[in-house]
Design a protein around this ligand. Sequence first.
Ligand code: SF4
Ligand code: SF4
Length: 476
Amino acid sequence: MENATTNDSNKGLQKQKADGRQPKAEVRSIKADSRPLYPQRPEGKWHNRRVVFSILIIALLFVTPFIRIGGQPLVLLNVIERKIILFGIFIGPQDYWLFGLTMLSFFVFIVLFTTVFGRLWCGWACPQTVFMEMVFRKIEYAIEGDAGKQKLLDKAPWTSEKIMKKGLKYTIFLIISFAIANLLLAYVLGTDELYKIISEPIDDHIGLFSGIVIFTAVFYWNFAWLREQACTVVCPYGRLQSVLLDRNSINVAYDHKRGEPRGKLHKGTGRTEGDCINCFQCVAVCPTGIDIRNGTQMECVNCTACIDACDAIMDKVGFDRGLIRYTSENVIEKKTAKVITPRTWGYAAVLLLLWSALGFVVATRADTQTTLFRAPGSRYIENSDGTISNLYTFKIFNKTNHIIKPSLHLDTPHGKLLFAGSPDLTLEAAGMSEGTVFVIIPKSELKSRKTVLKLSVLQGNQQLETFETTFIAPEE
Ligand code: SF4
Ligand code: SF4
């Protein structure tokens, strides 16, 4: 069945290549009863490199929530309360500029990176691929054996051996899913909050504990059942490939110039076909079940398994390695490697502009954001001591992730502030304080009907922010 399907697609490939078109990926949908894939255990030079890199990625993922800069987590992604910390910089609800620019530059960076390096991220650093291929799949191979044995076990009746193997596998899957759910919460809530959930009675954190249980179930379903369909059907990044990639993008690719026409190897006869001996090893190891010889496909996560598989075959038959390799369509077709194209220059220029704007916003960013407006409907008040008063309402937002106790100060002209009541200006992390205040200025300081006031927000002697407003006085 598999061969029939592949042969059909090969005919399609030949036809598409004949009329100069790039083969297209077929659109898949999630099927609850779809037959699971049984990719063969990958091995080889590229796989070993990916193992080392995956260990680093997993270590980084688990260590990062514990790293702090100046008492702040290195990364906190509390999207629920809009509190984000990136590299120790707190991005609160008031920092919409910073948040927007960060998201936009991240998006442009992804576009630029993908245009040049294809889906390198998917194969090497995406947590879904890293956990699926390097943790869950490896456990599966260790317990159930390679692809053939897994297939036989799935078809076998429920003997005590099968129950033991499946029970062990899914128990380990559940434990790791629980660990990943906790890891996710450490990124969203921070390690301190996570420690509280773990160490304090469940009743005190029933909502968050339920969150851990739900995420454990989601990760378990993802890694035990959804698997490669998370990349081929769910992930929007994979679906963007047809827009982001061009003929110069570096991808895992089959050298059809060298490989075609494919044909079985017959010993003792002169070979007239290309180097592909149609052994299907590249298909057998593919975790997404595709045939890389059909061209760049949306389902390919650039995991490199087919490179290793094909290199091993090339070694066996005495051909040069690299029939499947990291390369671009233009290198295969025209033998010209051009990584930096006008398109990449354009993306790089946009990214540079965005990063410059981001740097400016970060460098000029104050710890507070204050608004001070004249109270609606109020006019000036002429006082008997020769001063004029204007009534203002103010709001001070704390843009940091710690408590601050700021004060308002009138810098120019000479005058004073008189608060209505005695407002508590102590601001919780990302908190806000508001109140009303009279600004009182001697007539002698006022030269015209409208005067610009310069005010600052102080914490102790430290100036956190300066801002201006207007003061109204009677016409002279
Ligand atoms: S592993 Fe290499 S030789 Fe075998 S079918 Fe795939 S491309 Fe052809
Ligand atoms: S085609 Fe090759 S690189 Fe792409 S997913 Fe399959 S095995 Fe991995």
